[in-house]
Design a protein around this ligand. Structure first.
Ligand code: NAP
Length: 256
């Protein structure tokens, strides 16, 4: 996720200087050779004159607390974190109650400037912080603020995890096409291009999702027959509800 955000920030010159702190230099995929991007393995090797306007945490939730504890000296920075499930009070406890913190939930399409990002800030966040956060995250796609932090797990289950649901669907369609006799490669390619094409068309038409699928489901046609199966007794909806609830519950567990 860190790389997905870093790449557009570098290409769009989001900052004069970007320091990436990660023990895993390979994850930068050569970006440290670009102008303005520097890398260190650990925060204690950052030069003492580095005073970042913004610090972004993009590590696994399991190690987040030990990582943030290393940044308590940066009293003037705005902290952004993409860690799923970790509540604002965790950061306040580890950094300082006065720290300005925004939880950010982007998704992987950030890499291609198509992220759907949710934001929620603590009470210390200023109007300038809000503007700067929107500028940075706006470089990755769309942004929206949540007033109620408790909605973050539901939002994460939907948009943070969401790309995986669509890829899984494409995967299943590819397998089923093969099962119905299509050569495997062709079936996989059809499933992939159908998803890419549907997204592209939707981007152009911008009609509600319901209208988009109903426009294809001509009365008495093949699509109508398929959609009837998927929507009968809310079968697909019930399954997706279970998936979103499971993701949201996992988010809650991580925050505990
Ligand atoms: N993946 C998504 O779609 C997605 C979407 C929204 C939010 N998020 C959030 O993004 C965060 C990162 O997830 P991810 O899937 O990108 O995980 P990831 O692929 O494991 O990336 C985490 C990176 O942090 C590095 N790292 C480990 N210890 C570090 C330290 N002490 N200081 C700095 N960097 C360190 C890891 O290096 P090593 O590999 O060497 O350990 C790895 O390169 C998570 O909190 C997740 O909740 C992810």
């Amino acid at each position: 996720m860190g790389f997905a955000m870093l790449q557009p920030w570098v290409s769009k010159h989001a900052a004069e200087n970007i320091w990436v702190v990660t023990p895993d230099a390979a994850s930068l995929r050569g970006l440290q050779e670009k102008e303005g991007v520097r890398h260190v393995a650990y925060p204690n090797t950052l030069p003492s004159d580095v005073k970042p306007d913004v610090i972004v945490f993009a590590v696994k939730p399991q190690i987040l607390e030990e990582v943030i504890a290393e940044y308590t000296a940066y009293r003037h920075s705005l902290f952004l974190s993409v860690a799923a499930g970790k509540k604002l009070d965790v950061y306040e406890r580890k950094l300082s109650p006065a720290a300005r913190i925004v939880r950010v939930m982007p998704n992987l399409p950030a890499k291609v400037g198509e992220a759907a990002t949710l934001l929620v800030g603590n009470s210390q966040v200023t109007m300038v912080d809000i503007k700067n956060t929107e500028t940075l995250l706006g470089m990755l796609g769309t942004t929206a603020w949540l007033k109620d932090e408790s909605l973050m797990d539901a939002a994460t289950a939907l948009s943070g995890c969401g790309p995986a649901y669509f890829y899984l669907l494409s995967d299943i369609l590819g397998e089923l096409g093969h099962e119905m006799g299509l050569p495997k490669d062709l079936s996989t390619a059809l499933a992939k291009q159908t998803m890419i094409g549907s997204a592209g068309l939707w981007k152009q038409d911008m009609l509600p999702a319901h209208t988009m699928h109903q426009n294809i489901a001509v009365k008495g046609g093949l699509t109508e027959a398929a959609l009837q199966e998927l929507t009968q007794n809310d079968a697909l909806k019930a399954l997706m509800r279970k998936a979103l609830v499971a993701a949201s519950e996992r988010g809650k567990k991580l925050s505990d």
